[in-house]
Design a protein around this ligand. Structure first.
Ligand SMILES: O=c1ccn([C@@H]2O[C@H](COP(=O)(O)OP(=O)(O)O)[C@@H](O)[C@H]2O)c(=O)[nH]1
Ligand SMILES: O=C(O)[C@@H](COP(=O)(O)O)O[C@H]1O[C@H](CO)[C@@H](O)[C@H](O)[C@H]1O
Length: 320
């Protein structure tokens, strides 16, 4: 193991059990910090309500660690917006944010636009498909940020059970992590090899740092943020926190293949010497009369650092 990774693992790996909400509330007040929690949601009516109501009850009403609770509706066709609103979130439809910059599909678009509609100095991102959500996820992610000013970005680590046709097995989740993201990071960004869950959907950061980096529009957002934040802030500004166990709704292998395609596009865009990759991913279905090739576009676009928009708006205002 590289010495820098060994040192990082020792110094920048935390446990959610290290903090209580009450002590973080005191740390938050001491720093006059504000906290936004953002949930990107696409057709998550089954799970988003419990996550929102748990955060509202435990971390807004009982112990006000969270100042803002926003669900970014990514174009749901189910009752996600109604369920999230009833549970106590502010729901914002992704297409209503920065309409002048158009609309791109994908999770990263929702996260990028969330920066424009939230104000918290610290921003916590949680997936909306979490099962048996524990509010301590939020406490664990905020712990390092509220107690160490040298840390700018914190990712969750956890065990990842996998739901299978035979039931739930204790590990095996994080299939794109194990088969694509981890090998890519170890090969080309070995400083990041210490991240146990580099694609975890639960993470938190300082707004000032998050607004300095691009957001990849699709499922490449987590991979892109990790590589770009390493470059922007250095390894010592990054951390990870053990949240125990994380269960979520799983996609099928074909969908994860497309996710892997987007992550590969994101990685190769950060290896300029690798040339411009093809954006088409061919997948194959067995049909009644043979094989059907299905072509998917796995190209991703990069949304610019949010700070550049604010700078452009400020310049335009001065010139007006
Ligand atoms: O276009 C999208 C795709 C996903 N998501 C949300 O992003 C999170 C992670 O997506 P998903 O569960 O599909 O990924 P997985 O966890 O299966 O890798 C979930 O809250 C989704 O609802 C989203 O807001 N817009
Ligand atoms: O980690 C992974 O391999 C994928 C798929 O997880 P599973 O194999 O369905 O448990 O899940 C993550 O990856 C996505 C892309 O970065 C994130 O957006 C998701 O939040 C995260 O769950």
């Amino acid at each position: 193991m590289r010495p820098d990774v060994r040192d990082w693992l020792h110094q920048r790996t935390f446990s959610a059990d290290s903090w209580y909400a009450s002590e973080l509330l005191a740390a938050k007040a001491e720093r006059n910090a504000t906290v936004s929690v953002v949930l990107p949601a696409l057709d998550e009516e089954r799970t988003v309500g419990t996550i929102v109501s748990t955060i509202r009850e435990r971390l807004v009403e009982r112990c006000p660690l969270v100042d803002e609770l926003v669900v970014i509706d990514s174009g749901s066709v189910d009752r996600t917006a109604e369920v999230a609103t009833a549970a106590g979130a502010r729901v914002v439809h992704v297409d209503t944010v920065l309409p002048g910059h158009g609309c791109r599909p994908g999770k990263g678009e929702a996260l990028w636009k969330s920066l424009h509609v939230t104000t918290g100095e610290l921003v916590v991102f949680l997936d909306s498909d979490l099962i048996r959500f524990d509010h301590r996820f939020v406490i664990g992610l905020l712990g390092p940020l509220l107690t160490d000013s040298t840390i700018g970005y914190v990712k969750a680590l956890y065990d990842r059970p996998l739901s299978t046709t035979e039931g739930i097995v204790p590990s095996g989740g994080g299939r794109v992590t194990e088969l694509v993201a981890r090998p890519l990071l170890n090969a080309f960004w070995p400083q990041l090899a210490g991240f146990v869950q580099p694609l975890s959907g639960e993470y938190a950061g300082r707004r000032t740092l998050l607004e300095e980096v691009p957001f990849v529009s699709g499922y490449g957002v987590e991979f892109g943020l990790l590589v770009d934040l390493l470059r922007r802030a250095g390894l010592n500004a990054l951390a990870q926190v053990d949240l125990g166990v994380r269960r979520h709704s799983h996609q099928n292998d074909a969908a994860l293949g497309r996710m892997a395609g987007q992550i590969l596009q994101t990685a190769l865009a950060r290896r300029p010497g690798a040339g411009r990759p093809e954006g088409e991913l061919l997948q194959f279905l067995r049909t009644g009369d043979g094989l059907e090739a299905v072509s998917w576009d796995v190209t991703v676009v990069e949304r610019p650092p949010m700070r550049t928009l604010r700078d452009a708006e400020a310049r335009a205002w001065r010139q007006a």
